[in-house]
Design a protein around this ligand. Structure first.
Ligand code: SF4
Ligand code: SF4
Length: 394
């Protein structure tokens, strides 16, 4: 099969990150040192070579960038300063942009202006909805009369009725889920090429356990570099806190956002406290790491790298302040911080789910899944080809 060459490929990739790929002379040190690469997936060298040769389609169908967990060992040992670890991160950004057919994801990676504009646009939606709701209430429009500012005590449910907020969250969740799944479907088309590779459905079903395994245990973090247990554990805890907060907000908001003051042992409080502590610590640590630039992982910060931890940190902090003001009975600070909190969370979800760094949560276990399916399909084909032909009737 002939591969088309894109002579501008390297220039395009450079829009997505601070890479030095042209310096690579293909010695293979990086692949030899990488604890995650293997014969079938010799990254990062292979993809660097593809980029140098302008083989865009080869990179597009590659799983390699998702199998790298950015320990930085390859960069530390590269004799040419080609920054292979950051090259893999840059390729992940580029791939996220390519999987998203709308072009929105790519724009957010290549333009800070577009990113700022998107954040403003998304964050203003909940504010506008609240202003419209309260205006209709002041005009006495039926159905909106319960919406009001209670100022002698905190009444969040009158300021922003929980069921209405929940409805908005569910609608947004539906839209974002559609975006995520259509991008995943595009990734599947590019990587697995179902029209060319006829892989039995049973193999896809059998290997679903690999996807769940990598999603729930995050164990590939542990396999990346020898001393990586703490990084794996931190990531696992982050996922547990993030997943729990997602369940509390998307599935249980009617129970989680309440004006009731519960005792400390009530699950509404300690589940919320667990998720809050985890999110604040994890996002704070990631931001400090990027400011200090000590670890290889944090030395190069593309503007998109600040968004997810930044949103998480500000969103969690405003959530904590809402909680404090609510418990101390301060209505106005509670309402103002609540609006800010919702604005930040909506902006985070709309700029991250399916098109931002958040998407690593899904694409990485999916890559492990597709890798396992390909391997199983190859074994299946080898077994079928080796099976003796049926005996002739004569
Ligand atoms: S990135 Fe560096 S270590 Fe890897 S093949 Fe190129 S020159 Fe060698
Ligand atoms: S950053 Fe680590 S996991 Fe990624 S290619 Fe380099 S050595 Fe391998």
């Amino acid at each position: 099969m002939a591969w088309r060459v894109n002579p501008d490929f390297l220039r395009e990739i450079k829009q997505y990150g601070d890479v030095n790929i042209e310096e690579c002379f293909n010695c293979g040190n990086c692949t030899a040192i990488c604890s995650l690469s293997n014969e079938d997936y010799p990254f990062p060298r292979r993809n660097l070579r593809y980029i140098q040769l302008g083989l865009q389609e080869k990179v597009l169908e590659s799983l390699d960038p998702w199998l790298c967990y950015y320990c930085g060992q390859c960069t530390e040992t590269c004799p040419r300063g080609a920054e292979p670890a950051e090259a893999m991160m840059t390729l992940r950004r580029w791939l996220i942009g390519q999987y998203d057919r709308s072009g929105h994801g790519a724009k957010l990676y290549t333009s800070t202006k577009a990113t700022i504009f998107a954040i403003l646009r998304y964050s203003l939606v909940p504010l506008l909805l609240l202003i419209i709701g309260h205006t209709l209430s002041s005009l006495g429009v039926r159905g909106f009369e319960n919406l009001r500012f209670v100022t002698d005590k905190v009444d969040l449910n009158a300021f922003a009725p929980t069921l209405w907020v929940w409805a908005v969250v569910l609608i947004d969740f539906g839209i974002l889920s559609f975006r995520l799944f259509s991008n995943i479907a595009h990734m599947f088309q590019l990587v697995m090429k179902p029209k060319e590779n006829k892989i039995p459905l049973s193999i896809y079903i059998q290997e679903l356990k690999t996807f769940l395994d990598y999603l729930l245990t995050q164990r590939r973090w542990r396999d990346c570099k020898e001393d990586n247990n703490s990084r794996w554990l931190k990531h696992l805890i982050l996922i547990s806190g993030y997943g729990l907060m997602l369940v509390l907000i998307v599935g249980l908001l009617w129970w989680f956002q309440t004006d009731n003051i519960y005792p400390i042992y009530h699950p509404q409080r300690w589940l919320g406290y667990y998720a809050t502590i985890v999110l604040l610590y994890s996002s704070g640590e990631a931001l400090i790491g990027r400011i200090k630039k000590k670890e290889e992982l944090h030395k190069h910060s593309h503007h998109s790298d600040w968004l997810f931890p930044g949103f998480l940190f500000v969103g969690t902090l405003t959530g904590i302040l809402v909680h404090i003001f609510r418990y101390t009975g301060l209505p106005w600070p509670t309402y103002i911080l609540y609006v800010l909190h919702v604005m930040v969370m909506i902006a985070m979800l709309d700029t991250e789910v399916g098109i931002g760094k958040w998407t690593h949560i899904f694409y990485r276990p999916l890559a492990a899944y597709f890798q396992a399916v390909k391997l199983r399909a190859k074994e299946y084909q080898d077994t079928t080809a080796a099976a003796p032909a049926p005996a002739s009737p004569n």
